[in-house]
Design a protein around this ligand. Structure first.
Ligand code: DC
Length: 238
């Protein structure tokens, strides 16, 4: 193509298995990984730490444009995210950070401020881009566009398991499944109905409903598409 590094975009709502799939693809191909949701989470966290209202569009966009963030791979491949010199890898994964991220992500100036930062991840040998608008807005010329969906109830169950496993509940009490389902519905509605880069598959995206599929099956589906252009071995489940 045009001398740019190749990109595979993986879009869809939270809890569909994008993160796991993207990490697997990045490892198989030896490509870089862009977790675009982390940039929105970091913007929200940085704004909250400066006591800015999350709907103050110009100020939050200024924060987004000037984010002082570092992504470093630690031992056994664990990614450390450093914001203003402080480790925030756990803080940004919390449910409150996700909700705050969804609010700032609805602001067009914030999205514009993060656009070039995301495109800068496109480097050889290639990029796996994880998000909501990777195939529609950030990398519309991507070589392969994947879009994952799953029933909201199943996504809430997966998210609930993740939060319990990683001990990311906001307080000692576990977040209830019903509360998570309500939060997911609110966040979906905001992400789908916003005017700036709403969550929607690109016209040329390959779409997969992962509700009843294992991670191995999702990886194999993606690999079948990717193998048409790049070499990927058959997925082996550990
Ligand atoms: O994927 P995630 O849960 O880390 O994303 C957090 C929020 O950021 C999500 O509610 C929507 C928003 N987001 C976005 O609007 N565009 C992206 N490319 C990635 C995330």
């Amino acid at each position: 193509m045009n001398g740019m590094a190749p990109v595979i975009t993986v879009d869809g709502p939270g809890g569909v298995g994008k993160g796991t799939l993207c990490q697997w693809l990045a490892t198989q191909l030896g490509w870089r990984l862009l977790d675009s949701g982390a940039l929105y989470r970091l913007t929200a966290l940085a704004a909250q730490r400066r006591n800015l209202p999350l709907d103050d569009e110009p100020q939050v966009a200024t924060i987004a444009a000037g984010l002082d963030v570092e992504f470093t791979a630690g031992e056994s491949g664990i990614l450390h995210i450093i914001l203003d010199g402080e480790e925030v890898s756990t803080a940004i994964r919390r449910e409150t950070a996700g909700n705050a991220a969804s609010q700032v992500a609805a602001l067009p100036q914030v999205r514009a401020a993060l656009l070039q930062r995301q495109r800068d991840f496109r480097q050889f040998p290639g990029l796996i881009a994880d998000g909501r608008d990777m195939g529609t807005v950030v990398f519309p010329d991507a070589e392969l566009k994947l879009f994952l969906t799953a029933d909201p109830g199943e996504r809430a169950r997966r998210r609930h398991n993740q939060l319990s496993e990683k001990n990311l509940s906001e307080n000692k009490m576990n977040v209830s499944l019903a509360a998570l389902e309500r939060e997911i519905a609110v966040r979906d509605a905001r992400d789908i109905h916003r005017t700036a880069a709403p969550l929607t598959p690109a016209a040329d995206a390959k779409i997969l409903d992962t509700t009843h599929l294992s991670i191995a099956q999702v990886c194999e589906w993606a690999a079948q598409h990717a193998r048409l252009q790049w070499p990927i071995p058959t997925h082996q489940q550990d």
